[in-house]
Design a protein around this ligand. Structure first.
Ligand SMILES: [Zn+2]
Length: 225
């Protein structure tokens, strides 16, 4: 039986007129799944009209060939990039929590991050490193990157993103300690403003055991800092 992964951006089931976009696998037998994205047709139409105005406002001709479908594509892209508003990170963690007596540090490092800065709506991207020390519960490791995605796919500032990931894990898993470090490059700094192409912004947050300097240092050493 084929497995389907559904990316449903809208929880309200009332709006049945939605556009479904299936990305079919190249070879059915080798990749027995379909990636499936769903867009709310009303929101897509509204955002599309606004994008037309924006493009015109910038002095471009929205009726020329290359731009004809751009407002719709941009509307869908922005819905994809902000789908985190409709997802619940607590539920994601709770869906894969297991009783376990392991109580050493668990680290997932180099989690890819793509988000949008809320001041310019330009991307910032980089890596997230997460560690926690269990207190009776462990969580499926793939859930930590998913929690990162839920918060990253919203309009963000790096500082708040760091805090939200930290608090979500701390409040849901209730571990002995949790640490989150984010290293990111901001397009709003690189492409405009101060035009500093090589600067990386680092934020960090520590709770519980990681507030102790030895534990924190062990974590920072393990992630290569
Ligand atoms: Zn910015």
């Amino acid at each position: 039986m084929a497995k389907f992964e559904s990316l449903s951006f809208f929880d309200h089931k009332a709006d049945l007129k939605s556009v479904k976009l299936y990305i079919l696998p190249m070879k059915k037998r080798m990749m027995p799944y379909k990636k499936f994205e769903e867009y709310n047709i009303r929101i897509t139409d509204e955002v599309k009209e606004r994008y037309k105005n924006i493009i015109e406002g910038l002095g471009e001709d929205v009726t020329r060939d290359g731009l004809l479908k751009t407002p719709e594509r941009a509307a869908k892209a922005m819905q994809f990039l902000t789908q985190g508003y409709h997802q619940d990170p607590v539920e994601i963690l709770k869906s894969a929590m297991f009783k376990e007596s392991y109580d050493e540090m668990v680290i997932v490092k180099d989690i890819e991050l793509y988000s949008l800065c809320e001041h310019h709506m330009l991307p910032f991207f980089g890596k997230v490193h997460i560690a926690y020390i269990p207190n009776g519960n462990i969580v499926g490791l793939s859930k930590l990157p998913r929690v990162v995605d839920v918060f990253a796919r919203r309009l963000q500032v790096q500082e708040r993103l760091n805090e939200q990931i930290l608090d979500c894990i701390n409040n849901t898993l209730k571990p002995q300690g949790v640490a989150v470090v984010i290293e990111a490059s901001h397009m709003c700094m690189m492409m405009r403003g101060v035009q500093k192409q090589n600067s990386i912004t680092t934020t960090s947050g520590f709770r519980g055991q990681f507030e102790k300097i030895e534990t924190r240092n062990e974590f920072l050493k393990l992630i290569g800092k």
